[in-house]
Design a protein around this ligand. Structure first.
Ligand code: UT7
Length: 323
């Protein structure tokens, strides 16, 4: 059975905020942000919501795949910024689409979330009984940023990406190698606390928590772990690294992507990026970039593609697929 991606879609908020715009609000500069990260602009939600962006991306992916919402057996949304504690984002999307037959649940694995969702869905489809799945990565990270903390708020953006997975007869195509990992022991290097315990039996007046990151620790984790995970996934798929046509990595920092390319002895031309325009959108980064390159005709049948994510948890994931 081949488990293939047959459609992709993406959506970003209307408002585009440049580094220069931010430098008017806080002590930062285009030069600092661009030289340290490669980021030039990001899209920030004003009227948009995580659900709205997810639905827009999902509709585009369904249209490209020529799949109707009723045909979906499964919806998995990866997010750390759902609009509600419950119902989950997937059920909200299911309702908006009219995907009445789809089992719908969310995955929380931050920037690796889309990879974890893809893996989970692929296993459902491989086992049988499920034929079509919608996987979404969607975030409005701007609402969990401390806009007084220039070391984090300039890095992130909002948006959503989606893919349709289909179980099809045959062997040797679609998803062939999947690797995931987690290291909860290092979780505090990138975190955002939820509400503290709060009820009539405790006194708790803690303020809302926002994203906090030890950037250098996350950087070191990424440049070591991502090449290892990709190498394992490529080996699991039975390919050599040189056979891979495209590496679609989580869009956190251009320097991290350059370092991964160097460690894998691969040219930067194989590593498309959109962080210049989108910043880091956690679970949405990989599916939005996948949709961007798909729409620009950079993916052809038979291409060997690596998708890789890494981030809070700490978590990481790499998937190898033949288009
Ligand atoms: O999806 C999650 C994955 N996240 C990541 O992959 C993030 C990985 N880490 C990184 O990308 C980098 O560590 C950062 C881009 C976050 C930071 O780059 P850095 O080279 O590690 O900078 P730094 O944190 O060491 O800060 C250097 C200086 C500091 O000033 P002093 O102490 O040297 O005077 C900061 O206060 O840069 C200052 N700084 C800024 N200056 C202007 C920090 N943020 C800013 C800013 N504008 N926005």
């Amino acid at each position: 059975m081949n488990i293939k991606i047959i459609g992709t879609g993406s959506a970003v908020p209307k408002l585009r905020v440049t580094n220069d715009d931010l430098s008017k609000m806080m002590d930062t500069s285009d030069e600092w942000i661009k030289s340290r990260t490669g980021i030039e602009a990001r899209h920030i939600a004003v009227e948009e919501t995580t659900t709205g962006l997810a639905v827009e991306a999902a509709k585009k992916a369904l249209a490209m795949a020529a799949v109707s919402p009723e045909e979906l057996d499964l919806i998995i949304a990866a997010t750390v910024t759902a609009d509600k504690f419950f119902p989950n984002l997937s059920c909200e999307v299911q309702s908006a689409l009219g995907a009445v037959h789809a089992v719908s649940f969310d995955i929380s694995a931050a920037c690796s979330g889309f990879l974890f969702g893809l893996d989970t869905a692929a296993r459902y489809l491989k086992q049988g009984g499920y034929n079509k799945a919608l996987i979404i990565g969607a975030e409005t990270l701007s609402k969990i940023m401390d806009w007084n903390d220039r070391s984090t708020c300039v890095l992130f953006g909002d948006g959503a990406g989606a893919a349709i997975l289909s179980a099809e007869e045959g062997e040797g195509e679609g998803i062939l190698g999947m690797i995931q990992g987690s290291d909860g022991g290092r979780g505090m290097v990138l975190n955002c606390s939820n509400r503290p315990v709060n009820n009539p039996f405790v006194t708790n007046d803690a303020a809302l928590s926002y994203t906090s990151m030890n950037g250098q620790e996350v950087y070191k984790f990424a440049v070591k772990t991502v090449p290892e995970a990709i190498t394992q996934a490529v080996e699991a798929a039975g390919f050599s690294m040189d056979e891979i046509d495209l590496f679609i990595l989580h869009q956190a920092n251009y320097r991290i992507i350059e370092s991964v390319a160097k460690r894998l002895h691969q040219p930067m031309e194989k590593f498309p990026t959109n962080l210049q325009e989108c910043g880091n959108i956690s679970a949405a980064s990989v599916p939005i970039l996948l949709d961007n390159v798909n729409n620009h005709g950079r993916i052809g049948k038979g291409n060997k593609i690596v998708l890789a994510g890494f981030g809070a948890g700490l978590t990481w994931g790499a998937t190898v697929l033949v288009w």
